[in-house]
Write a protein that binds this ligand. Structure first.
Ligand code: CA
Length: 361
């Protein structure tokens, strides 16, 4: 009797050992998703975040959770990526939240707002409650978002003529996105919404006077230096432009806890990788642009001050009209002020010394 019990128990043990697989195989269903990007494959630094996400999600789940990446236009146009997530056409997208300010200006905070945060600060804000606030807002659009990269501080863009005074901004036809365009409107500029691929011919023909895109590495690829000689900085409307992976909320809610963790880890990796790629690629591109004749210019102080004043007017108007905007605006700007209190001590002093030391050789 005892011997039989022992054999049965031992047999069960052997059987369990024989069929035991890694925990992942027991709890991991097969999941196949599509991620539609707002970007073309030619802009590999920014588009590449989708490939990075897909690669690590597959490897971390032994290919049980597969995400296929599609470039802008393959499933839906780049600027309809979030809508495709809201209505469930795709499970997720990789996009810039501020493309959708036409729905509500509150969408701007997920990417960048004029005189907002730099890249480090933007990520710190996400962690310090910003992403929870954004997801509360995105929830109204059936979306749950994860971090998806950051370009770092962008350039102010390509200008056919020099900007020496605030008066030079008046009448300027500039390709610039949503909320930042509204700031420039206050200075008399005429902002234009033009997709990336259409900027070059518009600038070449003089249909527009100026265009902003990203920074040296991406801008050089699109060839803007051939049609506009002056390259201004900084892009005060994008001190650290963040991207998002946006997920259809019911799809997110239905994922096993393990897959949620995998997605978050892969997104965080893609996020860090994008900033690192831009930081490593921009210096070489900048050197090549300048060697080819590009004229680098900082925006004059009076132009920066006028834009800052105009941005604050726009914030005052928008917060008075829009409670959702006000809630996130107030949280982010309080955070920004504390960040710069800290930044002016060690970070700025170190960077400032290093920049001067490098120039001395
Ligand atoms: Ca830009």
């Amino acid at each position: 009797m005892k011997r039989r019990q022992f054999l049965t128990a031992a047999g069960a043990g052997v059987a369990t050992a024989a069929i035991a697989k890694p925990a992942i195989a027991q709890s991991a269903p097969e999941v196949k998703w599509r991620v539609t990007s707002s970007f073309p494959k030619s802009l590999d630094t920014i588009y590449g975040a989708s490939d990075t996400l897909a690669k690590y999600v597959a490897e971390m789940t032994d290919n049980k959770f597969q995400i296929q990446a599609f470039a802008a236009g393959e499933i839906v146009p780049g600027l309809q990526a979030a809508d495709a997530v809201t209505n469930g056409t795709v499970e997720m997208c990789h996009t810039a939240s501020y493309y959708y300010v036409g729905k509500d200006p509150t969408w701007a905070f997920g990417t960048a707002v004029p005189f907002g945060l730099n890249a480090r600060q933007q990520n710190a804000w996400f962690l310090a409650g910003g992403m929870d606030l954004l997801n509360e807002f995105y929830g109204g659009y059936n979306i749950h978002a994860l971090v998806g990269g950051n370009t770092g501080c962008q350039m102010g863009g390509w200008f056919r003529k020099e900007i020496k005074t605030v008066a030079d901004v008046s009448g300027l036809k500039m390709r610039i996105g949503g909320f930042a365009g509204r700031v420039l409107t206050k200075l008399g500029a005429v902002p234009q919404q033009i997709a990336g691929g259409d900027i070059y011919p518009a600038l070449e023909k003089g249909t527009i006077d100026a265009a902003e895109w990203v920074g040296p590495f991406d801008d050089q690829k699109l060839g803007f230096n051939k049609v506009a000689p002056f390259y201004y900085y900084p892009g005060w409307w994008e001190g650290g432009a963040a991207l998002q992976f946006m997920i259809n909320k019911p799809k997110w809610d239905a994922l096993p806890k393990q897959y949620k963790a995998v997605l978050q880890a892969a997104a965080a990796l893609a996020d860090t990788e994008m900033t690192a790629k831009y930081d490593s690629r921009n210096p070489g591109a900048l050197k090549q642009l300048v060697a080819a004749g590009t004229q680098l210019r900082p925006f004059p102080q009076e132009v920066m001050e006028a834009c800052y004043k105009a941005a604050n007017e726009l914030y005052a108007e928008t917060t008075a009209q829009n409670a959702k905007f006000k809630k996130i605006h107030d949280h982010m700007m309080a955070f920004r002020n504390d960040e710069y209190l800290w930044w002016q001590v060690a970070e700025y002093t170190f960077d400032n010394f290093q920049i001067r030391a490098r120039a001395r050789g």
